[in-house]
Design a protein around this ligand. Structure first.
Ligand code: NFA
Length: 103
């Protein structure tokens, strides 16, 4: 810590890195029932994507089974997952999102 020991080589203080917080991917999961337009709406509403970006991500999820909606700090990513899953449930669609720690 900057204000006390421990000290490193030749008395140089070791300061833990306080920057570079871990980042988390919000993953959208494919299913057979959620309409494509609804997924595009979710990506625009909660992930501030353009129509074109949202369509590209949606099709990627549709073809590959999963895809990255966005990358955020933990508390923001957790909030996005809650918002997506609640919004889908409210509209009676099985769309789900999950979190994944980045690389
Ligand atoms: N697979 C869904 C369909 O064919 C579309 C979809 C895409 C659902 C991405 C969930 C995520 N209607």
């Amino acid at each position: 810590y900057p204000f006390s020991s421990p000290e490193g080589e030749a008395g140089v203080q070791i300061v833990p890195k306080l920057d570079t917080p871990k980042m988390y991917k919000v993953i959208l999961l494919n299913d057979d029932y959620t309409p494509m337009d609804f997924v595009v709406l979710v990506l625009r509403r909660f992930f501030t994507k353009t129509e074109e970006q949202a369509t590209e991500i949606m099709l990627d999820v549709h073809k590959k089974g999963a895809g990255i909606a966005g990358v955020y700090s933990l508390e923001i990513a957790e909030m996005k997952v809650m918002q997506v899953n609640q919004f889908a449930q409210l509209n009676k669609y099985p769309l789900k999102s999950t979190l994944e720690e980045e690389s």
